[in-house]
Design a protein around this ligand. Structure first.
Ligand code: TRP
Length: 333
């Protein structure tokens, strides 16, 4: 009997502000999964340059995201956390997998079509082969499970197709990963347009809460949150704004929706919005404090991501060696 924990790989791009929506929908899960699974957490900086970036901004955001994930509770005693660009095996395997991927199947990727439409002046080859790099990320570590949102399920499917094709052609090499639907992961909506997702790229800053927003900003944004013209704090169809605020409140406080409804029964929307804002402020406080500690201690941060990359490389090399051998490259000796 082996009690080896199933292995999880997940990636996040350092491509912008991290919102309360990202936290509740994804990052919180990264923290929760650490006991049950062997987790590899990767900051997908190679993926980020498929869309033009200002180098100084990318550098700043990458470091901040690393600090933020640690501040949120990614624990280096339990999990590996690293920058994708620090582990060269990702690009190396990606090349081989490119040769086992068809143009036709990449052309069908809806995210490529969307991003190509949005970046019409820069439809680069990296944007096209993005799913192949993502497949390499996953297959290098022989991951059993990949937590993915809806926008990435097609990429996970093509990853499985590529892995199966390779295994079939050159004998079993890769674990075929499965999607993992986390137990928690509520969708958080825009505070300004609660039928849409809370998005960091929203032109209206009042639509999202950044994990790094200061207390006054958080309160002000919640006070301005769009609700409805009734006066009842209840979770029900058609009350998207109130539902969203109740969801945030219940996740942040650990209370159920029913308990939260009861707590605010008979109260006005103004009081409710303020209470949600205050709960979020006190929830974010320790995260922001830890974030600042990491950012003020760059050497320590560097130690963490250097160790992470070394440990990840060790696992990745094993897979890459196998792959190189199977395709017929001469071993280095
Ligand atoms: N493409 C993912 C996103 O934008 C990030 C990512 C890169 C990823 N490599 C991955 C996610 C591997 C899961 C597994 O959200």
């Amino acid at each position: 009997m082996t009690d080896k924990k199933p292995r999880i790989l997940s990636g996040i791009q350092p491509s912008g502000i991290i919102t309360l929506g990202n936290y509740i929908g994804a990052i919180r899960n990264w923290v929760e999964l650490q006991d049950e699974f062997e987790c590899f957490y990767m900051l997908a900086d190679l993926h980020t340059i498929t869309v033009r970036q200002t180098p100084a901004d990318l550098r700043k955001r990458s470091l901040e995201l690393m600090a933020l994930l640690l501040a949120c509770g990614v624990d280096t005693e339990k999990s590996l956390i690293f920058f994708q660009s620090h582990v060269p095996e990702h690009t190396q395997l990606s090349w081989v997998l490119n040769c086992y991927t068809q143009m036709g199947e990449l052309s069908r990727m809806t995210q490529f079509k969307d991003k190509a439409a949005k970046n019409a002046n820069n439809i680069n080859a990296g944007l096209f082969t993005y799913p192949v790099l993502m497949a390499a990320d996953i297959l290098l570590y022989q991951a059993d499970l990949v937590p993915v949102g809806k926008d990435q399920t097609q990429h996970l499917e093509i990853c499985c197709d590529i892995a199966q094709r390779f295994n079939h052609a050159l004998s079993d090499t890769f674990t075929i990963p499965k999607g993992y639907i986390p137990k928690v992961g509520e969708k958080i909506r825009s505070l300004q347009n609660p039928t849409a997702k809370m998005s960091k790229s929203d032109a209206n800053e009042n639509a999202y809460i950044s994990l790094l927003d200061d207390p006054d900003t958080v309160i002000r944004k919640f006070k301005r949150a769009v609700t409805d013209s009734e006066a009842e704090i209840a979770f029900r169809e058609g009350k998207d704004g109130i539902n969203n605020l109740l969801t945030i409140y219940s996740v942040i406080t650990g209370k159920t929706i029913a308990e939260s409804e009861q707590e605010f029964a008979g109260k006005g929307y103004g009081d409710f919005k303020l209470a949600v804002g205050e709960a979020v402020v006190s929830y974010l406080k320790p995260i922001q404090d830890k974030f600042n500690d990491y950012m003020n201690n760059r050497d320590y941060l560097q130690q963490i991501y250097t160790k992470g990359a070394e440990a990840a490389s060790y696992v990745a090399q094993k897979t890459l060696r196998k792959v190189y051998k199977k395709v017929g490259f001469i071993p280095k000796g």
